[in-house]
Design a protein around this ligand. Structure first.
Ligand code: ME8
Length: 510
């Protein structure tokens, strides 16, 4: 027999700046990427899930200085902090990359030299405005003016004037190549973001980008391999993690395997870097673009993007304690996930989704059916035939769930799982198993419905789904294989309260 080829699924999060601990915005991206990773593992794909920290650059150098620490000491501590947050949220990454890792530094240097060798990196003078927080040069037209002074449009802070010799990457060479990908290829999801970048390129043209900083200004970075007066620009360094994390430059086989199906999950703030800049660097390295860049919009609060600068951060701790641990938080973030529109988040909204969907529709259903199974059947519920209408309904939702997941529409996929649970609630109310002396058919049908919903919810609520599976005696299997009447006997040993309701008393943040 021939070995079955597994499909490869490589998924990444942005590597975050560890200048502060992660907040709800970072968790939003990481949970989404994790759900894709878990779903793909469940359907039998060979998954590699990469996350990590972006540890170089002026921003990190400055916070480390403020904390009275060497930057390396600072980022070492923060790497543990990030890992701990991701552990708490059940982020099942396969590797945590740090841009100070020696294999990454080697990869960055090698790529830089290779591109320089091709004449696509050259030295020239820059004079103009610069934003430290973005680590970005701003040309007129790109910045805003406040009181007649140039300000960063993202951070709303004054820009600094700079004059320096630097190394440029010939981004301008890649105009036609980029337009072809953005306008004709299905790489950026949703397409509206590809159109946005393409029209920026068409309207404003493409300027070469600086990819180095003088050591005396930014000491904290990877040295330019052939000029020790410079360090490599933090964005060139950071983007390269997606390659160094899967074997570039030495392990060509591994690189080829995972790069063939790479998915970058990002927020729309870093769209330009992940399309125009990244696709061009890849091309310069003779590599194709990733399979997909999945772009999401912002979580906002009181109309402003949630972030440290706006001071409207919702902390991960607060979420975890309010929603009974990581599964509740994961469900909520995946449920409000939106690629197009910014999502206004408030505890009021999160409380109401949590209570009605997780606590009532799903959690309470499982508790009720579990309790009835123990009371009426001593916990043992044997296979009975399930009505065709029920089996058809489940098959339809499972199919739609799988399609949605494959299209990265996690929130839509969740609706299909919840529809099965909603149907089960209706079924329990109508069939009234508590009134019957031997409700084995009703309870078996209900357990099958709960099993199907639980398998579909597993990538989002991994702990609660496993807990329920072991309390009721079934397996979390590949959703592609879900068939009703698939379990010969349920052994219900416990009817756990999976999601305790939250008391709704507060509104808004703070
Ligand atoms: O940009 N809503 O790191 P970063 C939605 N190091 N997503 C949000 C968010 C919000 N309010 N706030 C943050 C960097 N995010 C670079 C990346 S990758 C080669 C280098 C998420 O720490 C979102 O995914 O500023 C956004 O793109 C990312 O955090 C920015 O993280």
């Amino acid at each position: 027999m021939m070995a079955v080829e597994m499909n490869v699924f490589y998924v990444t999060t942005p590597i975050y700046y560890p200048n502060a601990p992660p907040h709800i915005g970072h968790a939003y991206t990481s949970v989404f990427a994790d759900v894709l990773a878990r779903f793909n593992r469940l359907i039998g794909n060979n998954v590699f899930f990469l996350t990590g920290n972006d540890e170089h650059g002026l921003k990190i150098q400055r916070v480390a200085e403020k904390a009275g620490k060497h930057p390396k000491e600072f980022v070492d501590e923060m790497a543990s902090v990030y890992r701990e947050y991701w552990r708490t949220l059940g982020i099942s990454y396969d590797h945590f990359i740090r841009t100070t890792d020696p294999y990454h530094e080697k990869a960055v240097k090698e790529a830089f030299s290779y591109i320089h060798g091709k004449g696509l990196i050259y030295k020239a003078k820059y004079s103009g405005m610069y934003c430290v927080d973005c680590e970005k040069y701003y040309s007129p037209g790109e910045y805003i003016e406040v009181d007649g002074k140039p300000h960063c449009p993202i951070h709303n802070k004054p820009l600094e004037y700079l004059e320096e010799e630097t190394y440029y990457f010939k981004l301008s060479e890649f105009k036609d190549y980029l337009l072809d990908i953005l306008e004709n290829k299905d790489v950026v999801y949703p397409q509206q973001y590809a159109r946005e970048v393409a029209s920026k390129i068409r309207n404003e043209g493409l300027r070469d980008v600086s990819v180095a900083r003088p050591v005396e200004r930014v000491g904290w970075g990877i040295p330019v391999p052939f000029d020790d007066k410079y360090v490599i620009y933090v964005w060139f360094d950071a983007l390269m993690n997606y390659l160094s994390g899967v074997g570039y430059p030495d392990d060509k086989e591994r690189l080829q395997l995972y790069w063939s199906n790479a998915h970058h999950v990002i927020g729309k703030d870093i769209l330009w870097f992940h399309t125009a800049v990244w696709f061009s660097i890849l091309k310069a390295l003779d590599l194709p673009p990733p399979r997909r860049v999945i772009v999401h919009s912002y979580l906002i609060n009181r109309g402003l993007k949630i972030g440290k600068s706006a001071g409207n951060v919702i902390s991960i701790e607060e979420l975890v304690s309010r929603y009974n641990g990581s599964d509740g938080v994961r469900y909520l973030l995946a449920r409000i996930f939106n690629t197009d529109k910014d999502s206004e988040v408030s505890f009021e909204l999160l409380d109401s989704i949590y209570n009605s969907e997780l606590a009532d529709t799903y959690g309470n259903l499982a508790r009720r059916v579990g309790t009835l199974s123990m009371k009426k059947m001593n916990g043992k519920v044997y296979r009975r035939s399930v009505d065709k209408a029920v089996a058809d309904l489940v098959a339809t939702h499972v199919g739609a769930y799988i399609d949605s997941m494959k299209n990265y529409e996690v929130s839509k996929a969740l609706e299909h799982a919840m529809e099965i649970a909603r149907y089960a609630n209706q079924y329990v109310n109508e069939s009234k198993p508590w009134e019957k002396p031997n409700p084995s058919k009703e309870l078996y049908t209900l357990l099958e419905l709960i099993r199907a919903a639980t398998i579909l919810l597993h990538p989002v609520i991994p702990s609660a789904s496993l807990k329920l599976a072991s309390s009721f005696g079934f397996e979390i299997e590949n959703p592609l294989n879900i068939r009703l009447e698939g379990v010969e006997r349920y052994t219900v040993v416990e009817a756990p309260i999976l999601f305790r309701k939250v008391q709704v008393e507060r509104q808004g943040v703070g």
